[in-house]
Design a protein around this ligand. Structure first.
Ligand code: IMP
Length: 302
């Protein structure tokens, strides 16, 4: 799965690629990004993702991310304005330590909001926070931004000392990415449950399902999924592929907490075969395996 990250921050693209298994995340190169004028992180993340979607067209996903550091004793500042607080790195850290000099309450948290837009324009979101405190002095060389002065709850070292592997498992962005993956899984279940319905929203989500992952994409042309009677392409048919009439039914069941099986049954009424496809789908939306069973269709249904 290929995605553009709609941000100038190359660190974030690297982090997200580690956080979204199976995704290739490339920073989108744009001259004029929209100003961060939203009143929430989500609004800013969505504005970036939508702007990128407009530039990139419909050939891949676009991801917008907005994050910030909220310091309790500063009433939640710099928060939404973290990127503009001071030049990132040493100057921003010096300003923050200056504002907190002699302040005993060091509590703070990082917040990350991710908004992903599918090639079909569908939106999926994930949210993550990381609670901690601001250290008295800067330590460590990993991460970026305020990481040298941010000590997560339950740790003694700063995020910059804990390093990028720790960040990939525990950061606010890691948590938001996990939320995004779970939301994608839910979107897929919804997509299949929506199969057979006339609603354009259901069709768009279904399109998102079949655009996710190499395996799902491979099957997409075989399942155009018009409700009721479908024009289907017979697998393996010589080009140009013949359009055949069929009807379909779908079912979603949870085999294990973390794994769902989606059954797509195509009842071909062209006299060839009735096919049942079992898609084993992980909670993060990845198609784990696909099993196809075929039985002869009843005679005289041509
Ligand atoms: P934006 O999301 O590009 O608007 O910028 C977020 C700002 O929040 C960054 O410039 C950093 O100052 C801060 N920030 C967000 N995430 C992190 C992080 O993982 N480590 C350190 N600073 C962060």
């Amino acid at each position: 799965m290929k995605a553009y990250l709609c941000s100038r921050n190359a660190h974030k693209a690297q982090e997200l690629e580690l956080l979204l298994p199976g995704w290739e995340v490339e920073p989108l190169d744009a001259a004029d990004w929209p100003d961060e004028v939203g009143e929430t992180y989500v609004e800013n993340a969505r504005a970036k993702a939508r702007f990128g979607h407009g530039l990139a067209g419909a050939d891949r996903w676009t991801i917008g991310e907005d994050s910030g550091l909220e310091v309790e004793a500063l009433g939640g500042r710099p928060g939404l304005h973290s990127a503009r607080y001071a030049p990132e790195g040493a100057p921003a850290i010096a300003k923050l330590l200056g504002e907190l000099e002699g302040v005993p309450d060091r509590r703070a948290r990082y917040v990350s909001e991710l908004v992903a837009i599918s090639p079909a324009g569908e939106e999926v979101r994930g949210t993550g926070t990381l609670a901690g405190r601001i250290a008295e002095e800067s330590r460590g060389s990993g991460g970026f931004g305020f990481d040298p002065v941010f000590v997560p709850d339950g740790e003694e070292r700063t995020v910059a000392e804990l390093g990028d592997d720790w960040k990939a498992r525990n950061s606010h962005r890691a948590r938001a990415a996990r939320g995004l993956l779970v939301a994608l899984g839910a979107a897929f279940a919804l997509a299949v449950a929506g199969c057979g319905s006339n609603s354009s929203a259901n069709r768009r989500v279904l399109a998102a399902f079949f655009s996710y992952g190499e395996r799902a994409r491979k099957f997409a042309p075989m399942f155009p999924h018009e409700p009721g009677s479908l024009p289907c392409l017979l697998p393996g048919g010589p080009p140009p592929a013949k359009k055949l009439r069929a009807t379909c039914s779908t079912d979603v069941s949870l085999v294990k907490r973390e794994r769902a099986v989606v059954t797509l049954t195509e009842a071909w009424n062209h006299g060839a075969q009735a096919h049942t496809w079992f898609f084993f789908i992980r909670q993060n939306g990845e198609v784990e395996s696909v099993v196809q069973e075929g039985v002869p269709a009843p005679q005289g249904k041509r």
